[in-house]
Design a protein around this ligand. Structure first.
Ligand code: ZN
Length: 442
């Protein structure tokens, strides 16, 4: 390859900083990413890339940090339509008196379509390129994500009680298997079993889920140890703490994504770390519902992979992974009683590569490395809010606001350009949201 004979590729993005989140945590200055057919084919200094390649499109982001697209490892996307419905309540009265009645009254395919569209618009505008969802009608969520060009792992939800999606646990599983088959060949969509929680799913369906997850080689995504009530209920109904019960069923494997884990004993952490299972930490949701505190630094010290999620917008109340990183770093210190706990770099890894590992997609995404998909988020750090700049990672985690996210690519496709959504019609989303608001508030 010489200057006279450059390789033809799709796009070159020049960035002021490239924060790779590779194993060595390299941060490059004045470098560029070369992209072809959705993949990162080269990362080098801007001059070298310019000499080596001829691109159809060249984007210069001289004030920006390029980071791996953020991975929201726990959401209920379409619950965005319930944002602000029943605030300031503990988990069980929030669920039983507000969310579950609203769900049984309103949730249908159109609700999921509009709610997921709203959620995805917000996620892209805050730099997220992949999300792990758990809700009814996962086929609708998957279709919207795929059309919008975002990666999704959709949860094949399982509950003991009937809903609009299924009547009993066998039917939940059958419906889930159909969704799994339907999206088998969609390269942006993955599936995971999503038994809701130990208190809402009994042993028979959990046994069945374990067998099927092994067969299909897909993860299991479940809320665990979210509140002290859940643990007491588990002791009362099953004679053991929920985590212990899941372990007896054989669910603690590298395929398990345990969401929340806000109440853990030291021996539970030690045992959990040996199983290779993952923790999904949702600090803002835990704080808003006063559920408890996940001992993140202790888990990390025990080599547990901890990823980050927002939870649904009804308990957060946004899907902002930049804010979630800041909360994780701050709360992690408060809980550990140690200012060096959950560093900015750790929080950024939790929101990127750790999420990809938990979801089993770290070969594809989660870091900016040659051979991986071009899932990239650009953040303009040349704003007064992030100046002066001594350390770009510190600015991103502790000072930046999601409105500084200007451009987003997923699989090489531009989803956000200069803060304008490229694959979604924002006016249509706002109109659909307004019409649902009117219905729900009547
Ligand atoms: Zn949740």
């Amino acid at each position: 390859m010489t200057l006279d004979n450059p390789l033809q590729i799709d796009e070159i993005i020049h960035g002021r900083w490239i924060i790779t989140i590779n194993a060595q945590r390299h941060i490059h200055e004045n470098h560029a990413i070369a992209i072809d057919q959705g993949k990162i084919v080269d990362i080098d200094n801007s001059n070298a890339i310019q000499g080596r390649y001829q691109a159809h499109k060249v984007t210069r982001l001289d004030d920006h940090a390029l980071i791996p697209g953020l991975i929201n490892a726990h959401t209920h996307a379409s619950m965005s339509l319930m944002r602000g419905l029943g605030d300031d309540l503990p988990l069980m009265s929030w669920l039983q008196d507000h969310i579950w009645p609203a769900e049984s009254k309103w949730v249908n395919r159109d609700f999921i379509r509009q709610g997921t569209g709203l959620a995805i618009a917000e996620m892209i505008r805050s730099g997220t390129t992949a999300f792990n969802d758990m809700y009814f009608f996962p086929d609708v969520t998957a279709a919207i994500a795929s059309t919008a060009g975002l990666r999704a792992t959709v949860g094949l939800i399982v509950l003991d009680f009937p809903s609009v999606w299924a009547n009993d646990w066998q039917e939940y599983i059958d419906m889930g298997l159909t969704v799994h088959d339907q999206f088998r060949s969609d390269h942006l969509v993955n599936t995971a079993f999503a038994p809701h929680a130990p208190y809402s799913v009994s042993n028979d369906p959990l046994h069945r889920v374990r067998v099927l997850a092994d067969e299909l080689e897909i993860p299991i995504h479940i809320h665990v140890h979210e509140t002290q009530d859940e643990i007491e209920q588990g002791l009362q109904n099953y004679g053991s703490r929920p985590l212990h019960r899941l372990d007896e069923i054989g669910l603690l494997t590298p395929g398990l994504l345990a969401v929340h884990m806000a109440h853990l004993q030291d021996e539970e952490i030690e045992h959990f770390s040996k199983t290779g299972a993952h923790v999904i930490h949702c600090p803002q949701s835990n704080m808003k519902l006063a559920s408890g505190f996940c001992p993140v630094q202790k888990l990390i010290d025990n080599s547990v992979n901890v990823a980050l999620g927002t939870d649904g917008a009804a308990s957060n109340n946004d899907l902002d992974m930049l804010a979630e990183m800041q909360s994780a770093a701050m709360l992690g210190k408060a809980v550990a009683g140690d200012a060096s706990a959950v560093s900015a770099e750790t929080a950024l890894a939790m929101a990127t590569i750790n999420g990809a590992r938990a979801l089993g997609i770290s070969e594809v995404t989660g870091s900016l490395e040659i051979g991986k998909a071009a899932d990239i988020t650009a953040i303009n750090l040349n704003e007064p809010e992030t100046q002066p700049l001594y350390n770009p990672v510190s600015q991103i985690v502790y000072a930046a606001d999601r409105r500084q996210v200007t451009d987003v690519w997923c699989n090489g496709n531009r989803l956000l350009q200069g803060r304008i959504l490229q694959t979604l019609d924002i006016d249509e989303i706002k109109a659909g949201t307004a019409s649902w608001q009117q219905k729900i508030s009547m």
